[in-house]
Design a protein around this ligand. Structure first.
Ligand code: FAS
Ligand code: PHB
Length: 390
């Protein structure tokens, strides 16, 4: 099989890139290791920056988002018993975020690609990249026991943190920067009304908690948990009790609990691999970088990578202009590192670090009090939360 761009990974980055390339006449194929049901069974991000919303409109996949997504003009941060409201719209001249599950974004993209007759290959096993330092790179994979070969002009590595694309860049070329956090997030989805109109991030002496949502009948909650915990350690009752204990009393008292319909633990890390491109391979999304979900940046960074990369491929194929492809890594990394900084900052502010000494605990309290009493500090948080310019 021949194509112009072979896209490894059928998550949001790979699918959005495929859709934008198709709309601009650039032939591509998506190769996904898992089944479609498996991909759509993942519960991940919930907050979309305006940049991603705009890109989904450009990709003509925003009908359901427009109908079901909830625009949020602010959110709350509770720090022990104090609550700080971040009025995003007032601080950023009207910018906001939209609450709409990543699962739904992925579903909308799959449907649009199917309708357009795009080639999305699932259950692509043992995928490997070849000859990325030549003009005719290839991808091989097994499907139903048969080896398949796809040759392409370029390969887009959109295969997430555990995919093979990043490793295809030689160790002598690739630099990796990483921070791991000594805790994880236990997430629960429940068919219960959200505890509040807006999201609430809560920092408490027993740990972090987050009250989010997917709709007025579907809530998404998180509590910080030990990194080596497993879902089996957490009954629904234990989860609800721990969540309530970390929220301001009046919020905890209004929490509607119910059976979990999904429960998972995500490790937290900050990670960047440089460069994000090498010869004919270009990385986008989690294959190149990971942020702790505190700042709701993971999915949104995948979007800005795809914004830059899709435009660079279109310039190359449709206008014979190569410079955006040459500059892609530098352009994408500039925005990635600012989101890494913000996600790290928000994670440091809100979580209980087991090895934290008393001085660091006072620093955390001072950071929150500065935020609570400074419009400049709130603006800095707000402009990062709604998303910096692409
Ligand atoms: P993805 O990981 O979504 O997609 C990569 C795809 O590549 C997957 O479908 C995978 O099956 C496929 N793949 C992997 N190896 C392959 C191979 N060898 N061959 C073919 N395909 C292969 N972000 C937030 O903003 N908020 C959150 O709350 C949040 N929670 C998260 C929880 C978890 C457990 C994880 C892992 C991430 C979370 N994220 C969150 C971040 C997440 O939303 C990512 O940023 C987002 O999925 C990035 O999209 P992709 O880059 O497409 O990567
Ligand atoms: C979510 O709704 O899953 C969510 C919201 C905000 C975050 C992280 C996750 O910062």
């Amino acid at each position: 099989m021949k194509t112009q761009v072979a896209i490894v990974g059928g998550g949001p980055a790979g699918l959005l890139l495929s859709r934008l390339l198709h709309l601009n006449g650039v032939d591509n194929v998506v190769l996904e290791r898992r089944s479609r049901d498996y991909v759509l069974g993942r519960i991940r991000a919930g907050v979309l920056e305006q940049g991603l919303v705009d890109l989904l409109h450009e990709a003509d996949v925003a009908e359901r988002l427009k109908a079901e997504g909830e625009v949020h003009a602010g959110f709350n941060i509770a720090f022990h018993d104090d609550v700080c409201h971040i009025d995003l719209a007032q601080l950023t001249d009207g910018k906001n975020v939209t609450v709409y599950g990543q699962t739904e974004v992925t579903r909308d993209l799959y449907e649009a690609l199917d309708t357009a007759g795009a080639t999305v290959i699932h259950d692509a096993e043992n995928l490997a990249l070849h000859d990325i330092d030549t003009d005719s790179p290839k991808v091989t994979f097994d499907q139903n026991g048969q080896e398949q070969i796809i040759s392409a002009a370029f390969i887009a590595g959109c295969d997430g943190f555990h995919g093979p694309s990043r490793q295809a860049i030689p160790n002598s070329v690739r630099q990796e920067y990483e921070l791991t956090y000594p805790f994880g997030w236990l997430g629960v989805l429940s068919e219960t009304p959200p505890v509040a109109e807006e999201l609430m991030y809560a920092s408490h002496e027993s740990g972090f908690a987050l009250c989010s949502l997917r709709s007025r009948q579907l809530s998404r909650y998180y509590v910080q948990c030990p990194v080596d915990d497993s879902v089996a350690d957490w009954s629904d009752d234990r989860f609800w009790d721990e969540l309530k204990s970390r929220l301001p009393t009046e919020v905890a008292n209004s929490l509607v609990t119910g059976p979990s319909i999904e429960k998972s633990i995500a490790p937290l890390r900050s990670f960047v691999a440089e460069p994000m491109s090498w010869n004919r391979l270009f990385l986008a999304g989690d294959s190149a970088h990971i942020v702790p979900p505190t700042g709701a940046k993971g999915l949104n960074l995948a979007a800005s990578d795809v914004y830059y990369l899709s435009r660079a491929f279109v310039d190359y194929f449709n206008r014979d202009v190569e410079s955006p492809l040459r500059d892609y890594s530098k352009t994408a990394l500039a925005r990635v590192w600012k989101a890494e900084r913000f996600s790290w900052w928000m994670t440091r502010l809100l979580h209980l670090f087991p090895d934290q000494n008393k001085f660091e605990q006072r620093l955390q309290a001072a950071e929150f009090n500065y935020l609570l009493n400074s419009e400049a500090a709130k603006l800095a948080l707000a402009e990062n939360y709604v998303g910096l310019e692409y």
